[in-house]
Design a protein around this ligand. Structure first.
Ligand code: HEM
Length: 528
């Protein structure tokens, strides 16, 4: 299969001067001018100085000099693949989204898996969250589910994201450690951010050292809305469940794999797809209404919480299959731009403060990363339906409309005056009712940081619980400051006394600290 896609290698021989002719195309400049000699720059005499005049040399080096674009500020290291999404159960009762109506219908998909903290060149098996970003090219435009392999997040409010990421990335003076959680800054921030404790249980579990990207789950994390043709809203959590089942390595293996083959996960995905062993996930949804949401003792807008599957079972409604590797890593995997705000009619946001912040952040960063506002023209980002609007110009504008009309409303005829808005088919936001004072405080319903952390821990098999304890001891033993170690143990005491003791013993703590006081001002503390 590989030789099919790359062509037969040329037979080895003594001849090293390769020229166009027969099936071999002519080398050209970016302007299309045929190139006679690509081996030598233009010189004054065979041994003389190189001439600045040489347009081929200048163009080639200029282009090379600009090959790099900024890596993603997070999720820099990734691997992408093409495939399709197929609906296996209609959700027509709860959403008008076209892609979720008719069983058996398929739409093209592109998925990018990533690690979060490491740079582009970091190792695949770092203990880290995995990004699981899905772009569905639907008949109503692109719908992105920009998820992770962990169903909850570290923070409740997007305003803390720069701090979280600064603390997780290499320390600014030394520029290390690369792509791992074991250092003072990360654990310092975590120890002062009790809301992260649920996520900490997940990242210390085997989920963050997956066997393969084919064996990870994916989660949309936030509560979203589905909105049906009558305008009725149903809350939804999105899940991707791997057909290959959830599998991880152990830390000892992860360390060895990183040393032997830092591209282990990328290579595994590439090889599996090329061998025809197509990775597959089921799309699951948890659906619940406002009354049900109000019956939980946590807030469904809080991204540090899951909706327990015992209360709301996951309903399988579709499948995602990856069946084609990329033709070009840069053009597709590197330039793909996912964004939580890319939704379609029938899907809508909730007030989750993390989601609301993300909706701003992705577009903003992509403006810089991809060099201007026209990155939706790049084929990997372009919708597979006609795009018609009056946006124009900017860097790399290649889709300016024809004709003299670039505004609406206009009174030109349909042919040159269109397109026009479509109230029936077009996106309308769910008309949620909002009220209340303008504040920066968090609601009381976001205040419990430990119950679900405990539930996750006890849901694990004994060997998995042991791995969590081992991981905490290993990671915290790399933390130099004793007060940070003790502060983490003070949180663990609020989760599980046995785990706290194990970690304290593993770290050689002389005595257990007092349990953490996790109180943070909430709306309840407002003066009346
Ligand atoms: C990138 C997931 C929270 C900002 C990504 C990517 C994923 C992801 C999967 C990689 C996309 C790709 O493959 O290109 C998540 C999840 C979150 C979360 C599941 C929490 C539930 C946030 C927050 C912010 C943020 C709170 C900022 C306020 C970014 C940025 C990028 C990114 C700036 C880089 C995008 C790019 O350069 O194209 N995120 N993220 N994320 N995320 Fe998040």
């Amino acid at each position: 299969a590989l030789s099919d896609s790359f062509g037969e290698p040329q037979a080895a021989g003594g001849e090293t001067h390769q020229v166009a002719g027969g099936d071999v195309a002519t080398l050209t400049s970016a302007q299309g001018m045929p190139i006679a000699d690509d081996q030598n720059s233009l010189k004054y005499g065979a041994r003389g100085p190189v001439l600045l005049e040489d347009p081929h040399f200048r163009e080639k080096i200029f282009h090379f000099d600009h090959e790099r674009i900024p890596e993603r500020v997070v999720h820099a290291r990734g691997v992408g693949a093409h495939g399709f999404f197929e609906l296996t159960e209609s959700l027509a009762d709860v959403t008008r989204a076209d892609v979720l109506q008719r069983v058996g219908e398929k739409v093209p998909a592109f998925v990018r898996f990533s690690t979060v903290a490491g740079s582009k060149g970091s190792a695949d098996l770092a203990r880290d969250v995995r990004g699981f970003a899905v772009k569905l090219y639907t008949q109503e435009g692109n719908w992105d589910i920009v998820g992770n392999n962990i169903p909850v997040f570290f923070i409740q409010d997007a305003i803390k994201f720069p701090d979280l990421i600064h603390a997780a990335k290499p320390e600014p003076d030394r520029g290390f450690p690369q792509a791992q959680t074991a250092h003072d800054n990360f654990w310092d921030f975590i120890s002062l951010t009790p809301e992260s404790m649920h996520m900490v249980m997940w990242i210390m579990s085997d989920r963050t050292i997956p066997r393969s990207l084919r064996t990870i789950e994916g989660f949309g994390v936030h509560s979203f809305r589905l909105v049906n043709a009558e305008g009725k809203s149903t809350f939804v959590k999105f899940h991707w469940k791997p057909k290959a089942a959830l599998q991880s390595v152990v830390w000892n293996e992860a360390v060895k794999i990183n040393g032997a083959d830092p591209d282990f996960h990328r290579r595994d995905l590439w090889d599996a797809i090329n061998a025809g062993d197509f990775p597959e996930w089921e799309l699951g949804v948890q659906l619940f209404d406002e009354d049900f949401a109000n019956s939980f003792d946590f807030d469904i807008l809080d991204p540090t919480k899951i909706i327990p599957e015992e209360l709301v079972p996951v309903r399988i409604v579709g499948r995602l299959v990856l069946d084609r590797v990329v033709d070009n890593f840069f053009a597709e995997t590197e330039q793909v731009a996912f964004c939580t705000q890319n939704i379609i009619p029938g899907i809508d946001f909730t007030n989750d403060p993390l989601l609301q912040g993300r909706n701003f952040s992705y577009l903003d960063t992509q403006l810089k990363r991809l060099g201007g506002p026209n990155f939706t023209h790049i084929p990997i980002n372009a919708p597979k339906v006609p795009v018609a609007n009056f946006q124009q110009d900017g860097h790399m504008a290649i889709a300016n409309r024809k004709g003299r009309v670039n505004y609406e409303p206009n009174s030109w005829g349909a042919e040159i005056g269109g397109p026009r808005e479509d109230p029936a088919k077009g996106f309308t936001s769910f008309a949620a009712t909002e009220e209340g004072p303008k504040l920066r405080l968090r609601p009381e319903s976001f205040a419990d940081h430990y119950s679900q952390a405990r539930q996750f821990l006890v849901s694990q098999e004994p060997i998995e619980q042991k791995h969590i304890g081992d991981a905490l001891v290993f990671e915290l033993s790399k933390v130099e400051r004793p007060d940070i170690r003790a502060r983490i143990v003070s949180h663990l005491l609020n989760i599980d006394a046995g785990l706290a003791q194990t970690v304290a013993d593993g770290l050689g703590l002389a005595a257990l600290p007092a349990p953490a006081q996790a109180a943070r001002p909430t709306v309840m503390d407002l003066p009346v």
